[in-house]
Write a protein that binds this ligand. Sequence first.
Ligand code: ATP
Ligand code: MG
Length: 449
Amino acid sequence: MRLTRYFLPVLKETPKEAEIISHQLMLRAGLIKQQAAGSYSWLPLGYRVLMKVQRIVEEEQNRAGAIELLMPTLQSADLWRESGRYDAYGKEMLRIKDRHEREMLYGPTNEEMITDIFRSYVRSYKDLPLNLYHVQWKFRDEVRPRFGAMRSREFLMKDAYSFDLDKARAVAAYHRMFVAYLRTYWRMGLTAIPMRAETGPIGGDLSHEFIVLADTGESGVFCHADLLSKPIPGADTDFRGDLSAIVSDWTSLYAATEDMIDMAEYEASVPEDKRISARGIEVGQTFYFGTKYTAPMKATVTGADGQEVAVHMGSYGVGVTRVVPAIIEAGHDENGIIWPVSVAPFEAVLINLKAGDTESDAACDKLYAELNTAGIDALYDDRDLGAGGKFATADLIGIPYQLIVGPRGLKEGQAEIKHRKTGERETLPIGGAVGRLKSLIEPQRRDQA
Ligand code: ATP
Ligand code: MG
């Protein structure tokens, strides 16, 4: 993408309304624009990140055997009356009437609707297990929307729903999602720790929140330090096999949110020098809740013995839009964002230090074509602007590698690569630059399908 033909509205000043660094940087780098309280447009650069995040989520859901579909944002109130949640949900639910005075709502979550889909088609235990998911906008009329995309009213969520014949099989389905989540956040460059969690309005008795540690996080958390450096299950994990050993390996180290913390157990099981008491961002949550929805909504199947049984369900959310500020909270410096390669809007930025100069333009145009041929997502800063301004933009928007080309280096046939994260610079022959970038970038794409 040539920057002169792109739409990248970066801001010079830090907007006053933004309290935390990720919100400030998302506004300054032109990722989002506020449209109303808790409502944001995703501008082109931000949208690229969001789509890369969504793609990783989808790839890992698919790998774990979940099947993607798409449900609407508006739902009928009647469906929620069946489960009893229409009255129970309270003011967070946005209630709407259509022209025929029919009561509707903007979905805050989809347990009822997916249960309705399930009961419309599935009759036999032979059709199980089943896990259906979608990535769709949700609306929750939060009392205090704040911190930009971190806590907005309209937000993008991946929500998966598992259906199984009995509790043991439902727990196995829960384990598949648990391991998929470990891999999902790792692929985005995040360290997200599964912690025992309260279930809230979704219900049930088995739940984990996946938490990224950050001082600006809204949850208080307690965990064993070794969880921060545990190796993640590989892409070769057999999701058709038994994953309980992996899950108990993770859950045997203590980790709980402040709502669930048992201080005596925490202190007894975690040595003092391994105790982490910190703030965290909830980037996802998994629930097992048995027949909470399927019993009242009559979502039953015929078992092997011919008996009708209500199926056991779990649900599994990822805050797709919230993940983006969480990644920024975890990766930035005084000059701007530092994206991990796997979610970076562009993997490399080609900086032409003297746009308008015939030789510089020719060399950069050639490099830009080579970058495209090599399959590197590249931004080409071809603006007629001083070097300082270009470096500032590249640092602010956080592109992992800068390929810098100017008349002085060109005389020697050389270009420079700057690593955004470490600040390290390498000078190399211009002909080897794209190959070098490729070898730096490819391993960091992390199991990209
Ligand atoms: P929170 O406790 O932060 O309000 P929640 O527990 O109500 O979230 P869930 O029902 O577990 O949310 O939804 C799944 C995921 O959706 C959450 O883990 C979070 O990452 C994301 N999410 C929930 N509410 C919001 C919001 N208002 N803005 C952005 N993301 C959200
Ligand atoms: Mg939650």
